[in-house]
Each structure stands twice: as C-alpha cells, then as structure tokens.
Write a new protein. Structure first.
Length: 508
C-alpha cells in the first residue's frame, strides 16, 4: 500500500468547469501489474470551511485494469449547537472527464455509502458498469457541510488488474402498461431505492406500489440514472414504470419525470451560475417533465432557488403533510393568482399556469409509498399520456387510494369543465361548482379561489362520502380549486390535507 498526503488545499488551484468553482488535488498514480494482482493507494487530506462545492482527486489508471474500488472515511468532530458538522459526498468520473454535462459520469452515492466499485460487467448500485479504460479518472468529493475544525478525509483506491468481462446490454421497462383507456390513474413520481440513499430494493418498491393501488411510478434517484437498467423485471401490465432522476443541487432539487432511458442530468451548479435552464431543456429534449421538488423543505440545500420559469409542474405535497407543505401550497396558490392577473392561465401567449402534484419521497420503512399520490386523468396508461395529463393539470393529489374525488364546474346552458380545464362562460353567468368525495371520513371541504377560501363545508360523515355544491360567477372567482382536510387538532389553523385538486378556471 502506498500513501499520498493532501494535507491542505492552499497550494491547489481552483478552476471553473462551466459552473460552480471546483478544486483539483494532486494526481494519484499507479504502475502496471500482472493479471489478478491488486495495487492500493491511500490519500489523506483536510478541507477547510468554505471549500468549493466539488473537489476532484485525479487517478491515473494504467492499461490492463479490471476493476476500480474506492473506500473513504472522514472525521465527524463535535460542533457547537446550531453549527453544521461534516458531511462528505462521493462519486466517480472516468477518463472522459468532469466537464459539466457529465459525459464522464460513472456514478454517485452522495453520503449513502462508504465504498463502491466499478468494472465492465457490474458496479455498486448508484454506479454504472462499463469498460475500465486507461486514462485519468476522477474521484468526486462533495463537501456538503464542513465543521469549523475542517474536514479530514482518507480515501483508499484499489485497482484490480486482469481481463475485462462484457458489459451487459441494458434492458428498460416498457412505456405502456395495461390501461383502462381514458381514466384516472394513480402514481407516485418521487421514490428512492438502494440505488441512491434509500433502503428499499426495486422489488420492494414495486410491491409496495402495487399494494398502495398505484398504476405508475417514476424512478428518481439522487444524481444518478444507474437504476434505469434494473427496473424492467418489476414492470407489468398493472404497473407502468417511468424513468427519471432527482437532480439534487445545492440550491434545490428537481425531479426529471419520465425521461428517455439512460438519461443523466448533471447537478453541479447553483442558481447563481445561471445553468439550470440548460438542464431543464435537456430534460424536455429527453421527453421528460421538469418538476421542482419540496420547494420549501428545510433541509440544507433543499429549498428551491431557481424560480419556476422552467417548471412543467411543482411538487406541492411531499411525504407526510408538514408545515413546509402548507407553505408550498400557499406559494403555489399565489402563482395561480399571478397567472390570472397576467392572463397566462391557458389562454396562449406567455407561460401557462403551473400545475401542482404530490409524491411520497419514500426512502425506507416506515416511509409510505403512495402517500401522497397524484391521480391523473390520462387517455391511457402510457408514458406520453400520463405526462400529458400532468402537464395539463388534469390531476388531483390524495393521501391514499382510499380517497377519490370528482370536481367539476358547470354553467346554465350545459357548459362543463373538469380539473385543469376552463369553463368558458360570461362573467356574470351563474356557475355551479360540485365536488364529490369518497374515502374522507370527518374531513372538511374548502373551496379556494383567487380571493382565498370562500366556502368551508361541515365535516363529512363517518362513511367518508359526500357531495358539496357551491354557486359563484366568473367575476367573483377566476378559478376554483378544492381542498379536503382532516379535522384540525386545535385552534384556528386548518387540518392537514387529505386531498386537493388543481383548479378549474372560470371565464371566457
């Protein structure tokens, strides 16, 4: 075993990769060796507070290497209350380089693993199998947070020499399942497995999705598409599996929903770098939707800072309903009001309104897959039809498959509109708004407009079924959306959401 010392970073040059500043340390070199032999190098160093977002350790890989194995540790000193301790993420780029866009990307495990391997025929979950070619590879370190004392790390790199096996050809899940024609389909589009920082296996996710009454799910691992090629065996006529990624930047997370198989979206930029638009366009070119996730989450780096100009939808409800979801719901409602004020809500010319959705963000037990779930009116159970329904806002969000809604608005001459649609009537034409609910015992219905909450029902019966009607005009309410809420525990605050709809717009 050989050792190198990266004692500090003061003598190392900071460079820019087209986005956030990054640091490259000294190169770790290996000599050639005979087949089946191993060579190991260990490097140590300390990163001070204020380190760049990404620190790269170059590794010169000679010809004849079969496998690269990396293990790392770092210190976790005690820090004062209210001060962030050390957290160090890790990943790998091959000889094609670390340029923004990820051509050389070979995997990312964040802080979920302490070691990984890559070879032609296999790789640790989160990493991509493929040829180990000669050249300069880079171990990517992400000092997520650094304690005042600094972050001391140790990386052990082991090369195994020998002939490489064949890389398996990826097989992806089909883009169509056995649907029911035009119908309401239930899905959870934000899930994590052992291919990033989750603990669920893919088989467990698929089984739990079916048990939750879901018709579709979306693969959304943090900063890696490595799970894409492993989902096919878990799909079926009863479960459509879309492929994507949770692009996890330092300024918020965005779900790439239903991209082409094998699509990787880079995450190495902040809002100040003005790079997000490039990758939002990449998601769309790959056939996916751009969905900012948990925009008001309180974890470090989770709060959405890129604005919503590129969003196809926004994840308003994430997992168990908490105060940050309530803030996200109110913020989204403010965006609806702005779209009405600026004449953008589906009338053409400028950006349309942004639909809301909800997902579980499940990682491990006891996280509940399908709580909440987005229920989409789609022409069939296909990738394209589901995405079109989400993009159009023909959807509502429910806490489980036990709860169902039907929400419509109608005029006096038979005009009719559903969720995500516009009822085209004169400003003073009487409009009847109707919500039918099942599976919501003792819940209260609220009807929300651009003026705020204009109607609150009595609690539904213990059977959970009921119908609410309310009359208005387009001059009084530019849109109407429905919320179904549990009974409040105490005080004037509303209870936790059980379900909510995208709006019906009123007016010509």
């Amino acid at each position: 075993m050989c050792e190198d010392d990266h004692a500090g970073i003061g003598r190392r040059a900071v460079f820019v990769t087209g986005a956030a500043a990054a640091l490259t340390l000294g190169t770790v070199s290996f000599a050639s060796a005979a087949p089946r032999e191993q060579r190991t190098r260990t490097v140590r160093g300390t990163l001070p507070p204020g380190s760049p977002d990404f620190v790269y350790v170059p590794v010169d890989v000679p010809r004849g290497v079969r496998e690269i194995h990396v293990a790392y540790t770092y210190d976790r000193p005690v820090v004062p209350a209210g001060t962030q301790g050390n957290a160090l993420d890790i990943g790998l780029f091959d000889e094609r380089g670390t340029e923004l866009g990820g051509r050389g990307f070979r995997g990312w495990s964040g802080g979920a693993r302490t070691e990984f391997f890559v070879r032609a025929d296999a790789a640790t979950p989160g990493y991509l199998p493929g040829p180990v070619r000669a050249g300069t590879w880079h171990i990517a370190l992400g000092p997520y947070t650094v304690a005042p004392q600094g972050l001391s790390y140790e990386i052990t790199i082991t090369l195994t020499y020998g002939e490489q096996d064949q890389t398996p050809r990826p097989v992806y899940p089909p883009e169509r399942a056995g649907g029911r024609g035009r119908a309401w389909y239930r899905g959870d589009c934000h899930l994590h497995s052992e291919y990033s920082d989750g603990r669920y296996t893919l088989a467990e996710i698929a089984g739990l999705a079916r048990a939750a009454g879901l018709d579709f799910i979306n693969s959304s691992e943090h900063n890696t598409h490595s799970a894409h090629a492993h989902w096919a065996e878990h799909a079926g006529d009863d479960l459509l599996i879309l492929l994507g990624e949770e692009v996890t930047t330092r300024n918020g997370h965005v779900v790439a929903l239903g991209t082409d198989p094998g699509t990787f979206v880079d995450w190495r930029y902040r809002a100040r770098d003005n790079r997000f638009g490039r990758f939002a366009r990449q998601i769309r070119r790959a056939g996916g939707l751009v969905v900012p996730a948990h925009p008001h989450a309180t974890c470090i780096g989770c709060n959405w800072k890129f604005g919503f100009g590129e969003a196809d939808a926004v994840e308003v409800w994430n997992g168990a309903y908490t105060p940050d979801d309530e803030v996200a719901l109110a913020d989204w409602d403010g965006m609806l009001v702005a779209s009405v004020r600026e004449g953008r809500e589906g009338r053409g010319g400028g950006r349309d309104w942004i639909p809301a959705m909800g997902s579980s963000d499940s990682h491990r037990s006891p996280d509940v897959i399908g709580r909440p779930q987005t229920v989409v009116l789609a022409d069939d159970l296909t990738r394209e039809a589901i995405q079109e329904g989400i993009r159009a806002g023909r959807s509502y969000v429910a806490e489980s498959s036990k709860l169902s809604l039907s929400f419509t608005a109608s005029g006096g001459r038979g005009e009719h509109a559903g969720i995500g649609e516009r009822l085209r009537v004169d400003r003073d034409t009487p409009v009847t708004v109707r919500l039918e609910v099942s599976g919501a015992p003792r819940c209260t219905v609220r009807l929300v407009t651009d003026q705020g909450v204009l109607f609150t029902s009595d609690p539904l019966p213990v059977s959970g079924a009921g119908t609410v009607e309310w009359r208005t005009t387009a001059s009084y309410a530019a849109y109407v959306r429905a919320e179904v809420r549990h009974e409040a525990a105490a005080g004037p605050l509303p209870g936790a959401l059980a379900a909510f709809t995208n709006p019906v717009f009123l007016g010509s």
